[in-house]
Design a protein around this ligand. Structure first.
Ligand SMILES: *[C@@H]1O[C@H](CO)[C@@H](O)[C@H](O)[C@H]1NC(C)=O
Ligand SMILES: *[C@@H]1O[C@H](CO)[C@@H](O)[C@H](O)[C@H]1NC(C)=O
Ligand SMILES: *[C@@H]1O[C@H](CO)[C@@H](O)[C@H](O)[C@H]1NC(C)=O
Ligand SMILES: *[C@@H]1O[C@H](CO)[C@@H](O)[C@H](O)[C@H]1NC(C)=O
Ligand SMILES: *[C@@H]1O[C@H](CO)[C@@H](O)[C@H](O)[C@H]1NC(C)=O
Ligand SMILES: *[C@@H]1O[C@H](CO)[C@@H](O)[C@H](O)[C@H]1NC(C)=O
Ligand SMILES: *[C@@H]1O[C@H](CO)[C@@H](O)[C@H](O)[C@H]1NC(C)=O
Length: 500
């Protein structure tokens, strides 16, 4: 009975999804050697990062983002909330000074009022709704309310039992504040900002959940995670956390407020007792997170609402106190080199289409040469088209040739674990790099036959059809997996208090 309905729902959601999800980054500033705003902007551009969140409204940063088209979320600090909540005039001057002064050159599209206010500065909670309202009224006065959304990032701690998602509710002690927040979000067409950390969900749950589940890895049939009430399968803790927020809102009768994940990530290094904070897990989490978000689907209960997500965070912040892991959430060192390879690509250019792999704009020539040689040799890429006289020979430079070879390798090998890395000189993009007569492998413009060359181009592939088939197949497998999934399900039901 369930099967046909699910498959139809899922197919419709894929076909109907027109809004592409985005991946953004949080920019914390707790660094001894904070790079200059213009260096940061150059770096973000070279990595094709399109959305950032600042924890404050630093004027140097906001100026640097002018005329870049990078979308910026600014922050009211927890310390500023009391005054803004009490005095509409304080809210008005905050908006004038930190938003109106930069728009439209700087594309400010959201204001995060505070950060995890209910759990970090609970004394401010009673005035949070008033602060949100005052900021909103100030935006209305500046005619910016349609462009700039206002919300307040919440931590998972306000949902004491997030699993199973279908029974999650907000903690009764925060009910009033959360209710006012949701009413505000609904009335102003804003979104629920959630800081969702599978790292903490996993490390504080006494190994009840498999690590694969926290890292978006494939779960073995005996480890499937199923919500016993809805029978929805959860492929990742991240999805379950987002759904917990949706169900918690629903319990208060708010069903139409989209969730945006304002923070998630994984630390790449930790101290004693933080074995799960390591390079391999961080790289796995963040690269799988990006794939997960850019596939555009929502969590199981809301398959048609993409999960826009900001990674915590851009830089390792050496000035933060606390455990070693606190200082190692960054995807970059302060000098701008990657802590681990990560392609951060916005899917907005062509939603749901092929990911291409190209040479990074700032990669060194000798490194590209190494990568090119490897791709055309050991890597098995077909490099015929970049030979003299062929369609992709011009422009005759290393970067262009490396891009072609990297991409051919990536399209052929990605299904079997090939990555778009090449010692950090490559990056994925949804923009089809094909030009004139040079069609990149995987591009719909690629000739299936390849003319005179024994080409390896994949020919015209419709990702939509491919994915839809894959989905149908996986749905038909569900009934066979279901009994096995019950093992874990029972375990979860027997220990409801120990979850997360
Ligand atoms: C952004 O572009 C506008 C229009 O071209 C220009 O007037 C303005 O000075 C630019 N702002 C900055 C900070 O470069
Ligand atoms: C700013 O962001 C909004 C929302 O994505 C977008 O519609 C708009 O075109 C952007 N504006 C500029 C100037 O890039
Ligand atoms: C939470 O508060 C709202 C509004 O004050 C109320 O309608 C609702 O019943 C409360 N829910 C719970 C679970 O206490
Ligand atoms: C939600 O709506 C239902 C049906 O209208 C109502 O019975 C219930 O009390 C409402 N719950 C809350 C928390 O407002
Ligand atoms: C996107 O990711 C979700 C969650 O892992 C998965 O259920 C779904 O099948 C994926 N969709 C596509 C089109 O790959
Ligand atoms: C950047 O910083 C990291 C960590 O301190 C260091 O390992 C790396 O060598 C530095 N890279 C450059 C190019 O300076
Ligand atoms: C595809 O093949 C046709 C005929 O063989 C040729 O004219 C055309 O240039 C090729 N297009 C590309 C993009 O290689």
């Amino acid at each position: 009975m369930l099967l046909p309905r699910w498959s139809i729902l899922l197919l419709i959601s894929i076909l109907a999804t027109t809004n592409a999800a985005f991946i953004g980054v949080n920019i914390g500033t707790g660094l001894t050697n904070m790079p200059s705003p213009s260096d940061i902007v150059t770096l973000l551009k070279s990595r094709q990062i399109t959305h950032v969140r600042l924890y404050d409204a630093n004027s140097h940063m906001l100026k640097a983002f002018a005329n870049t088209s990078i979308e910026v979320m600014v922050g009211v600090t927890n310390e500023e909330i009391l005054k803004i909540g009490r005095y509409p005039s304080a809210a008005a001057s905050w908006v004038n000074k930190n938003v109106a002064a930069y728009v439209p050159s700087t594309n400010i599209t959201a204001i995060a009022v505070g950060s995890e206010v209910l759990t970090i500065t609970p004394h401010v909670a009673p005035i949070l709704a008033s602060a949100l309202n005052n900021i909103h009224k100030a935006l209305v006065a500046s005619n910016l309310n349609f462009k700039v959304k206002v919300s307040s990032p919440m931590s998972m701690d306000i949902m004491p039992k997030p699993f199973p998602p279908s029974t999650s509710t907000f903690s009764p002690s925060w009910n009033t504040t959360v209710y006012q927040l949701l009413q505000f979000l609904k009335n102003t067409g804003s979104f629920f900002m959630l800081n969702a950390y599978p790292y903490y969900g996993y490390t504080t749950a006494n190994k009840i959940f498999p690590l694969e589940y926290a890292l978006f890895k494939q779960l073995s049939p005996v480890k499937q995670i199923v919500d016993p009430n809805t029978l929805l399968h959860y492929n990742s803790m991240f999805d379950a956390m987002v759904d917990a927020a949706y169900y918690s809102m629903e319990a208060l009768n708010f069903s139409k407020i989209p969730v945006v994940v304002t923070e998630t990530g994984w630390p790449s290094s930790g101290g004693a007792g933080e074995a799960d904070a390591n390079l391999a897990n961080a790289e796995t989490f963040n690269s799988n997170l990006i794939k997960r978000v850019l596939n555009n689907s929502g969590p199981p209960s809301r398959p048609d609402i993409p999960i826009n997500t900001y990674i915590y965070e851009l830089y390792n912040e050496d000035k933060l106190s606390g455990p070693v892991s606190e200082r190692n959430w960054g995807i970059l060192f302060p000098n701008g080199t990657s802590v681990y390879p990560l392609g951060l690509t916005d899917g907005s250019e062509s939603a749901g289409s092929t990911l291409f792999c190209v040479a990074k704009a700032d990669a060194e020539e000798d490194e590209l040469e190494g990568g090119l040689n490897w791709a055309c040799g050991q890597g098995g890429a077909n490099c015929a088209l970049i030979q003299p006289g062929q369609a992709c020979f011009f422009p005759n430079d290393i970067k262009s040739h490396a891009s072609f070879a990297y991409n051919d390798y990536y399209q052929k090998k990605k299904s079997t674990g090939g990555t778009c890395d090449f010692s950090g000189t490559a990056i994925t993009t949804t923009r089809d790099p094909s030009y004139k007569t040079c069609a990149y492998t995987g591009s719909p413009n690629a000739n299936a036959t390849g003319g005179n060359f024994p080409t390896t181009a994949l020919g015209p592939v419709s990702p939509l059809v491919g994915n839809a088939n894959a989905l149908i197949i996986s749905i038909y497998h569900l009934p066979f997996l279901a009994p096995l999934a019950l093992t874990l399900l029972l375990l979860l039901l027997l220990q409801p208090d120990r979850l997360l």
